[in-house]
Design a protein around this ligand. Sequence first.
Ligand SMILES: *Cc1c(COP(=O)(O)O)cnc(C)c1O
Length: 226
Amino acid sequence: MMIARQLEEIRQRIDSAVALAGREPGSVRLMAVSKTFPVEDVLEAYAAGQRLFGENRVQEAQAKIPGAPADIAWHLIGPLQRNKVRKALQAGFSGIDAVDSFPLVEAISRIAGELGVTPEILLEVHIGGEESKHGFTPEELREGLGAILELPSIRVRGLMTIPPPVETPEAARPYFAQLRELRDALEGIHGVRLPELSMGMSHDFEAAIAEGSTCVRVGTAIFGRR
Ligand SMILES: *Cc1c(COP(=O)(O)O)cnc(C)c1O
């Protein structure tokens, strides 16, 4: 019951943030981040209409996904080691949302081809701040996105980021804005559409929506403290 109520509240806050930003209703998807929570909690969210879920560990997902309804879309939002790509794709992830290096995206393309699947890919960008070790630099994508777009068996849908830790959601806005501006620049340079911007978590999703997020990844505010 509590999960359904929290989900409803988050959906309302998303709708308000979308309206406040003057954006189209329905232009932001809610991903429920169920990492560390049992499949019973996933089922409760599912019963309340939730269909998009995020997990950050392959092994945990391998145990959880088989016990959940088949029409759930599972995305991997945590770092992925190259030697776990096959396991991740076999576990049933349809999206890999934190692709952070050229060798990784090449491995995903090759193994997806072998398995006959076409996962959606988001490229993780390392925006401002030495704190975060993961992700492409903007410069790497300006130069290297063309080569990624030529890889078979993947669909590059957009970008994702986790901003460096800051005091307030408002202080994260410049980082969210940088991701959007980078997306716009990459679309121009490479002549491609990158519609998806995955940014914003429990504490800052409204700020991310104000800067163009199309997918917010919310865990704590739906399922509770981990
Ligand atoms: C855990 C996690 C989230 C959700 O964080 P909350 O603060 O619980 O909403 C979002 N994105 C990533 C990459 C995560 O690992």
